[in-house]
Design a protein around this ligand. Structure first.
Ligand SMILES: NC(=O)c1ccc[n+]([C@@H]2O[C@H](COP(=O)([O-])OP(=O)(O)OC[C@H]3O[C@@H](n4cnc5c(N)ncnc54)[C@H](OP(=O)(O)O)[C@@H]3O)[C@@H](O)[C@H]2O)c1
Length: 296
């Protein structure tokens, strides 16, 4: 494939690099600034770098739009106006998690095959592409588009050693919220742990090595069985008194974390009742405790 990348950021650089290493040709890197285009061009082994979409050569088969999601619509309109492109032979995708394929309608109207192609992975802004690269192997890409577009999306995912997952257009924002839970909320959870560990004032400097075994076991247990089966701890045993002591300690040492602890404890109670390790009455007592503490 001859592939053009529009938007020389983290996603464009990493996916472009994987495609280039796997034998695909990156024929253009276009970005808002020449500096980003040049940096990514070097990384993905492409000398044709530009700030203009007109630099995309006529022989291009696939354009990957990896700009921020707000710019996708504008890029689609501008790309549809590039006269030398053979739209009937062209596929165009974007990497936005929150937008469907229909944002590429101006290109579809010209005969291009269009699809969304959202890498279900985190590409942190402060990380170098080389440090993100190993994390994209085997990932899912959230996609939508017509049947022909889905065949192209599958081919592209295969070239990236990944898989596609079809997301119904009406579920797109909900899907994106789930991705935020999987990535950002897990990161925030670790930050909460970091704060709680700091308050303990132990002789250990870093929180992560101390908690890593329990974090990894919780992840692996849930992956091997299910969240319900692997739940342990005071809420799963109906330990209202223990949880009450937790709230007292949180009020004393990290009162800013009470709302977090309360809402997660409420969800944990729901899980414990669903799993059947506590009955309805025990769940009611736990909710009473949680909500009375959250009102403080
Ligand atoms: N970051 C993540 O974790 C992640 C995960 C999955 C999907 N995504 C999606 O992937 C897309 C790219 O994300 P990213 O994290 O790679 O963003 P990013 O690092 O901010 O990169 C976006 C790049 O697009 C360029 N750009 C902005 N407007 C442009 C325009 N009108 N024309 C051409 N280039 C333009 C920027 O230009 P200059 O640098 O040249 O100024 C920047 O290099 C977004 O849709 C995002 O939602 C992100």
């Amino acid at each position: 494939m001859n592939i053009a990348i529009v938007g020389a950021g983290k996603v464009g650089s990493v996916l472009g690099k994987v495609l280039s290493v796997n034998g695909e040709k990156i024929v253009a890197v276009v970005s808002r600034s020449n500096r980003s285009a040049a940096k990514t061009g070097k990384y993905v082994r492409c000398r044709n770098i530009s700030t203009s979409l007109a630099a995309i050569p006529p022989r291009t088969n696939l354009v990957m739009i990896t700009t921020p999601h707000r710019a996708v619509e504008e890029v689609a309109h501008k790309l549809a106006a590039v006269a030398h492109l053979d739209f009937k032979k062209l596929s165009v995708c974007h990497a936005s998690g929150i937008q469907n394929a229909d944002v590429l309608e101006p290109l579809a109207a010209k005969g291009a095959t269009v699809f969304s192609f959202h890498p279900l992975q985190t590409f942190p802004r402060d990380f170098e592409p080389k440090d993100i690269l190993p994390t994209v192997r085997g990932i899912y890409y959230g996609v939508d588009g017509n049947a022909a577009a889905m065949r192209k999306a599958k081919q592209l995912a295969a070239k990236l050693k990944g898989k596609t997952i079809y997301i119904k257009p009406e579920m797109r924002t909900f899907y994106h919220a789930a991705c935020v839970v999987a990535s950002n909320h897990v990161t925030t959870l670790l930050w909460i742990l970091e704060q709680m560990f700091a308050a303990l004032k132990t002789s250990e400097k870093k929180f992560y090595p101390v908690f890593e075994p329990i974090i990894m076991a919780a992840l692996q247990n849930a992956a091997r069985t299910s969240p319900a089966q692997s739940l342990s701890g005071p809420i799963a045993r109906g330990g209202v008194e223990t949880v009450s002591h937790h709230f007292e300690a949180l009020q004393r040492f990290a009162s800013n974390l009470v709302p977090y602890y309360g809402s997660m404890s409420a969800e944990t109670t729901r899980l414990a009742e669903m799993k059947g390790s506590i009955d309805h009455e025990q769940a009611r007592m736990m909710y009473n405790l949680i909500f009375s503490n959250m009102r403080i």
